[in-house]
Write a protein that binds this ligand. Structure first.
Ligand code: G3H
Ligand code: ZN
Length: 279
């Protein structure tokens, strides 16, 4: 079932738990997440990044396929547009079936981030979209623009409160020790900072780069107010390893893609059952 991201996040937050958000690059990703969500009896957010949309030469085809997979799935799934700094892409979000979007101006200075995010958020809210934005800089994204911050600059709680008030965003992505695109779970989160930001801001918090975070720390971060947990790289590691193992035996893409899809579903199912269920 395709549901709004806002509903999944609100339900998780009210229950004191989190909701997993997985990056969709190919149709196999969306199918793997849908299968795992059905098996685990858990909701999930399907997110397509600006980079993934570029890979497909546009967002509409992969978004349509992902939305259709969500509609047909035996689990509640929502469609989120991730890490957008291209206004032209943002403007396509409502028609492409997204109920939410992350406006990523995190590489800009504070003032420029606020100005860009406020403008995008006003536009998105008029169209019923739920908006996430980032303050501080998680870093580690391939092809990321040069940042106004040193990589790994942490989010300041007081500045976060001001940022949310000035931009009107519905959720805040924070830099608390994770980095994008880590293939090993060797990051270390500042859990006291998570709690301090949670106490300072009125909106749910989002953890990016969760592939690099030890599972126990993800659970602990959710206990301190992290609500949306973004995972991408862990799926790609599982997918690529399984495809590599299956390749020598087969020239039929269905063989090795199915192996990759099954491996991703296993990782997704494990992550979905990590957090307490919404009653
Ligand atoms: O927005 C997407 C996430 O932050 C994914 O990060 O690929 O490091 O898990 P990750
Ligand atoms: Zn991210």
């Amino acid at each position: 079932t395709l549901v709004p991201t806002a509903d999944l996040v609100a339900a998780a937050r009210a229950a004191g738990t989190g909701v997993l958000a997985f990056n969709v690059i190919t149709i196999e990703h969306a199918q793997a997440i849908a299968a795992a969500a059905r098996r685990a009896h858990r909701p999930a957010i399907l997110q397509i990044s600006q980079n993934a949309a570029r890979y497909h030469g546009g967002v509409s085809a992969i978004a349509a396929a992902t939305a259709e997979i969500a509609r047909a799935a035996g689990a509640e799934l929502s469609l989120h547009l991730d890490h957008v700094d291209d206004v032209g892409l943002l403007e396509q979000a409502p028609a492409a079936g997204f109920s939410s979007v992350m406006v990523d101006a995190s590489a800009l200075s504070y003032a420029a981030n606020v100005a860009a995010t406020r403008k995008a958020t006003d536009w998105a809210h008029e169209r019923g979209l739920w908006v996430e934005a980032e303050l501080g800089h998680v870093g580690g994204k391939p092809d990321a623009p040069a940042s106004a911050h040193a990589a790994g600059v942490r989010t300041d709680p007081a500045e976060a409160a001001r940022y949310v008030a000035e931009t009107g965003v519905d959720a805040l992505a924070v830099a608390v020790g994770s980095t994008h695109a880590m293939a090993d779970r060797t990051a270390s989160l500042d859990l006291d900072l998570v709690a301090a930001i949670r106490d300072a801001v009125p909106v749910p918090l989002v953890l990016h780069g969760s592939s690099g975070v030890p599972l126990e720390q993800i659970r602990a971060a959710v206990g301190r107010g992290m609500v949306k947990i973004n995972v991408g790289t862990a799926l790609n590691v599982a997918f690529t390893d399984a495809v590599r193992a299956a390749l020598p035996e087969s020239r039929d893409p269905r063989r090795y893609l199915a192996a990759g899809r099954d491996a991703m579903a296993g990782v997704v199912e494990r992550l979905l059952t990590l957090l307490p269920e919404v009653p």
